[in-house]
Structures are given as C-alpha cells and as structure tokens.
Design a protein around this ligand. Structure first.
Ligand code: B12
Length: 473
C-alpha cells in the first residue's frame, strides 16, 4: 500500500525554517517500509499552508495518510486533515501521538475526516492496521486502535501493551524527511545541522503536567545501537550535533555510561545535548558525558519551592536540585537550560517570590552557563490526559468533558492571556490564585526583569482580540 506520513503545520499555518526531525513518524515509516509498504514523508511544518500540504500529500497518491499534531497546533493540524480529506475522499486517515492518543474519542467525534486513532506506542498497532486496511477487515482485533466502524460508531479496542524491548525495531526512517530543515540547536542556533535521537522510552515519574502518553515502563536501546543511529545520521546528513530526546538521559547509569564509552571508542566527533533530572547527579558520569561531547544539559526545574514541587508530584526537593546545579557548574557545561513554570498547583504569591529568590541563587551558581533571559517561568498549560487538567476541572479552570478538538467559545474564562502561540491551549489556574492575580503581581514586582517581547505573556487579553483569534477557525 502507499502510505504518506505527514507532520502538522504550526498553530498559525506559517512555514517554519528550523525544526527537529519527527522521530515518531520516522519510527512508523521504518516499520511500514519493513512490512513492504511504499512510504513517503512530508514535513508540513516547512510548508505551512494546509491546502498546499494537502496537494503535496495527494500527489503521492496514498491509500493511507498518517499524521500527528501536538495540542498547541491541533487546530492547524485538523484544518490540514480536512484539506487532505477534500483532496483524497477515499484515503484512510489515521492519527496518533500524544495529543490524539489522549483525546481519541473526542477527535473522532469532532473531526469526521479522521478514520482511526492509534493510542500510545505506534509501531505494532500501525503495522497491524496496515495489514487489515485493504478490506478494512476486523479492525476491532487491532489492540490500541480507536476507530469509526461501518455504522459510524466509535469503537475503542483493548489497549496495546507497551513493547518489552525496543532493540528489535528498525532504525527510524529519518531519510523520509529532508534533513536540511533540521537545525533547531541549543549549541549553535545558526548553522549546525542537528538531528534528534531517542534511546529510551518511558519515564518512572508521574509529574502532574506531563502529557507523555507512554509512561512508566522504561525500555533502553543498546548503547551500540544508539550510537549506530547517531553515526548513520552523521554520515548520511552531515549532522554535527544531536539532541538526545530522552525524558532523562541519566535515568539509568549503565545506559548513559555505555553510550558515552561507545562514542569515545568510535571517536564520533559530534556534540550533543540532553535533558536530565536534577537529582542525585553523579559527577563521574557528568564528566564522562562532557568528554563524550555533551555541551549542554536542560532540566525541568519548574519551580523553586518544595510546596509546589510536592503538589506537582515531581518527587524531588529544592535541596537536591541545588546540589545538582552545583555539580553541573563544577564540571562546566557550555549551557544549562531549564524549564520554569509559574502558577502550578500549590502556588501562592509568597511561593512565587520565594521561587524567584531561589532561582536567582541557581543563576549565580551556574554563572555564564545560565541560558535564560529571566527567572520567570511560563504560565501553566493543560494538555489532554494530564493530571493537571483533572485538577483544572476541580479548580474550575476547565469544564468537565472539555472537548479538546473543537474550538471553544468562552474566551474570557479559558483563553485569558495575550499569547498568540498558546492561545488555543487552556491555562491552568487555581481558585485561590487566579491568573489575573499572578499577572498583576508580575507586572508590579518583576516587569523590569522581563524583556519587552516577553511581557505580553503576562498581559491579560481584551475579549475583542480573542474573538478575532477564534473567528479564524
Ligand atoms: C522531541 C520533542 C519535541 C521536539 C520536536 C518534536 C518532533 N518534531 O518530533 C521539540 C523540541 C521541537 C518539541 C517542542 C514542543 N513540545 Co515536545 N516533545 C518531544 C519529546 C521529548 C519526544 C518526542 C519523541 O520524539 N518521542 C519519540 C517517539 C518515538 O515517540 P512519539 O513521538 O510519541 O511517537 C510514538 C507514538 O506516540 C506513536 N505516534 C506518534 N505519532 C503518530 C502518528 C500516527 C499516525 C500513529 C499511528 C502513531 C503515532 O507512534 C510513535 C512510535 O511509537 C516528547 C516527550 C516524549 N517523551 O515523548 C515531548 C512532547 C511531545 N512535547 C510536548 C510539548 C508540550 C511541546 C511544546 C508545546 C513545548 C513548548 N512549550 O513549546 C513544543 C511544541 C512544538 C511543536 N509545534 O511541535 C508534549 C506534547 C503534549 C501535547 N499533548 O501536545 C510532550 C509529550 C512532552 C510532555 N511530556 O508533556 N518537542
């Protein structure tokens, strides 16, 4: 069968010039190709316009179109799916990834153009689906699938078990997408060709805001296979730097040590960065990582108070994070990035102020490696399937049975901020600390710390502007 894998454009349907390769779709491309299907990949991000994307998809004459989007970009993704359906009335359109996995029935209800949703890990479900598609036979036997049956009823099959081992999988088919687009780099923002690689799946933690649909069961790629994937991209695309996309590079010492030793033994010559958890960092492992080419690390710090960390189930303390940052500073990485959020559950005006003081102390510890403009974090967003959105329902910042795939019409309540990038994702706020209170506190106390471009993130939006934003959908 002819299979077209297509990414989604950004929320505003404007083309982007820098991105990271779509590893999830590349994984599906590899297994589909292995099963004998004809596969093409289209990077919609760099095209932008849904009609043009649909024309490109149609030109590949696919029997099956497989696509994915994230919550932020979902309306652009849905617009593209509708354009593809207009161009290809008979193709089977299947979607997957974190956003659709966590809102599967709602997606099928709101977007009639979608035929099926693959929930969670995709490789086995997708290939089993392709096997059955010529006659659309016995789709109810495909675990992990939610689909529309012949009578138009939405059917949810049994869940797909996570794979025990990921080493038998073929290498992601990155060649389906044009590597020239991939240069979103922490190391050199302008000229480096960058690729992504993921060497673990799953995460043992359950932070309330995390939207990853594949949780808990951790699986590892053999270090030699992981480095094979990097070297293949280095040779094929001239990649100079890698973003190791694992949720936590240091989740298992032997895995990261194995990869570093392999990189050193092969004298790979590329640089890389990775995401880590700021607790119990082993100085020896960090030193080895640096020797093996790791230039930057990013940490999901989120906040600088223990109350908020506890309320978010981060399972970490500020003391552990402080110690971790001291170790990182001692070893000396070029850049240390961090994700910060203001207004998570448990936040008060007092914790915001305490967090700012604590983060300034981290900034001092890290010195020139600190790579943020400010210590002020983003306001929290709720994604489907997260515990944060359940708390949001309890706190009145999200209605029960919220539809994640249809435009919503209470802008003042759910889209209260001027922030074109995030305007379609509802912000979390607790009853005791409304967003208005956070925003006016930031305005009164920290306005001078914010670059003008960043200030609009904390400006409450007038209703009129949001109506205009919504009418475009
Ligand atoms: C790499 C990454 C990025 C990269 C690039 C993404 C890319 N081009 O692939 C960058 C840095 C650009 C990025 C940006 C953002 N990201 Co991000 N990112 C990730 C990360 C760490 C890894 C994704 C990955 O490659 N996984 C490996 C592959 C193998 O897994 P996968 O993508 O899930 O795909 C598998 C299945 O989901 C399924 N599948 C996926 N797609 C499809 C499609 C079909 C048809 C089928 C059948 C199956 C299927 O099969 C695949 C193979 O098993 C995840 C967290 C995570 N651990 O997954 C977050 C994650 C996807 N990102 C997230 C978010 C929120 C963002 C940002 C909004 C952050 C921000 N505040 O700016 C932006 C959005 C930018 C954008 N428009 O894409 C959320 C998504 C939540 C949501 N509901 O949308 C996640 C889940 C993080 C989290 N834990 O909450 N991200």
């Amino acid at each position: 069968m002819n299979v077209c894998l297509v990414t989604s454009p950004r929320f505003n349907c404007k083309p982007v010039t820098k991105s990271v390769a779509p590893t999830g779709l590349a994984c599906l491309g590899a297994v589909a190709r292995q099963a004998g299907h004809n596969v093409v990949g289209i990077e919609a991000l760099i095209i932008g316009n849904p009609k043009t994307i649909a024309e490109r998809v149609a030109a590949s004459e696919p029997d099956v179109v497989a696509t994915s989007t994230c919550t932020i970009d979902r309306f652009a993704g849905i617009k593209t799916i509708r354009a593809i359906r207009r161009a290809l009335p008979k193709a089977f359109i299947v979607v997957g990834g974190s956003h659709f996995s966590q809102s599967a029935e709602d997606a099928l209800r709101c977007v009639k153009e979608i035929d099926a949703v693959v929930v969670g890990e995709g490789e086995i479900t997708f290939t089993e689906l392709l096997d059955r598609l010529p006659g659309r036979e016995a789709l109810s036997e495909v675990d992990g699938l939610v689909f529309r049956d012949a009578d138009g009823q939405i059917v949810r099959n049994r869940p797909r078990e996570l794979m025990d081992d990921i080493n038998h999988l073929p290498m992601p088919a990155w060649d389906l997408f044009d590597a020239a687009n991939y240069s979103l780099s922490m190391i050199d923002r302008d000229s480096t060709t960058v690729a992504g690689v993921i060497t673990t799946r799953g995460c043992p933690f359950s932070c309330v805001y995390c939207a990853n649909s594949v949780k808990t069961k951790i699986r590892f790629l053999d270090p030699a296979k992981a480095v094979d994937q990097m070297q293949w991209q280095q040779k094929t695309f001239g990649v100079k730097a890698f973003d190791i996309l694992n949720d936590n590079i240091m989740v298992d010492k032997s895995h990261v040590v194995g990869m570093c030793e392999e990189m050193l033994r092969r004298n790979c010559g590329f640089t890389w960065w990775a995401e880590a958890r700021a607790s119990k960092l082993d100085a020896e492992v960090l030193t080895l990582m640096k020797r093996a080419g790791c230039k930057c690390l990013t940490f999901g710090i989120e906040t600088g108070t223990d109350e908020v960390l506890r309320a978010c189930k981060k399972n970490i303390t500020t003391a552990q994070m402080f110690e971790a940052m001291e170790t990182v500073a001692k070893i000396g990485f070029d850049q240390v990035g961090m994700g910060l959020i203001i207004g998570l559950p448990g936040e008060t005006i007092e914790t915001i102020d305490r967090s700012v003081v604590w983060l300034n102390s981290i900034r001092k510890v890290l010195g020139p490696a600190w790579n943020r403009k400010t210590v002020l974090g983003q306001l929290p967003l709720m994604h489907p399937g997260t515990e944060l959105s359940e708390i949001g329902v309890a706190e009145g910042s999200l209605p029960e049975n919220f539809s994640w795939n249809s435009p919503y019409l209470e802008p003042k309540r759910y889209l209260p901020l001027i922030n074109s990038r995030y305007e379609s994702v509802p912000h979390f706020a607790s009853r005791s600390l409304p967003l208005e209170t956070i925003c006016s506190h930031i305005k009164n106390r920290y306005w001078a710390d914010l670059l003008p471009g960043r200030r609009r993130r904390y400006r409450m939006a007038p209703l009129r502007r949001l109506r205009v934003a919504l009418s475009g959908r």
